[in-house]
Design a protein around this ligand. Sequence first.
Ligand SMILES: [Fe+2]
Ligand SMILES: [Fe+2]
Length: 367
Amino acid sequence: MGGALEGLVWLLGLALLTVGLVTLARTRLVKRWKRNMDVMDDSAYVEQLATLSAASVRRHFDPYTDIDWDAPSYSVAKNDPRWVLSATDPVGRSAWYQSQSPERQSEIGMWRQANLAKVTLHLESILIRGLMQYTFAVPNSSPEYRYCLHEAVEECNHSLMFQELVNRIGVDVSGMPRWLRWASYGLPLAAGPLPNVFFFGVLAGEQPVDHLQKSVLREGRSLHPMVEKVMAIHVAEEARHIAFADTFLRKRVPTMPRFSRLLLSLYVPIIMRLLAQAVIVPPRRFFKEFDIPRSVRRKWFSGRGESRETMRNMHADIRMLCHDVGLMNPLAQLMWRLCRIHGRTSRYRGEPQRGQPTVPVPSISSR
Ligand SMILES: [Fe+2]
Ligand SMILES: [Fe+2]
């Protein structure tokens, strides 16, 4: 009887200690979380955000007033050689694609370009929901509230634009791989409690799309005018979005607790690889639709062959950011290597890669 009572006292003591520790950790976590959202004492950061918000007001686009969707030159024809993928696209560069007939190349090109548009709008949907989640709790007068909402408005316009493009091309594409479509229900929820994790995810989605679109535009070859216009508008506004995520992370990551920073440093290359793959490698439906051999598919999924160099190149800016904010420790470097996206870091944001033409992307007129 005495032994049972003693056991009960121990159990009660242990439970109280656990509750106490959890409460303490929670209080500290909540305090840190709230402190991190109060940015008004950082005048340089406030100024950077004011500049970005002013730029959003000065230069923005509307898909239904800035694009003349019904223009005769925008009509879509199946055998139009302008749908053929270029060598900057890892699918277009593959030996398998180049061995197809011109009609088949153009058919695959239409599917690929429509699917890239669909993947982009899926990523934008995650971003918009995450921005709403993050700004829900920011304090009054925070410049982050205003900028994040400008960005959400722009992303809504992009999504309208990309969906219209998919509809006009007229191919029933699925967009992101299925696992990511399922994960997309939970991912935006991270933006509240784990904004650094979320904004690295944002860069992981925006960087590959931006890289592919810029590469295609810089090539200067004849594109379908509807695709060219959509890409030029997107590239113009993406620069601002990438600048914001970069500024946000440069402010917060260096002051994170050491252990959380170590975990973040290991997470970054994984999310970069996963989302780059989701953008670059077409979904399973594509392989079925065009009866693509297993060996070609395996090569693309394993990050070998044509997709490897593209994936490495597109992350040079992220590697620079990780380096600058203290996320490039030996373990993280190993993780970058395991994910097959290691390589040189950019010297400045947007530095063209070796072999990439330095021709500027075509300009577009703003409203
Ligand atoms: Fe966008
Ligand atoms: Fe964006």
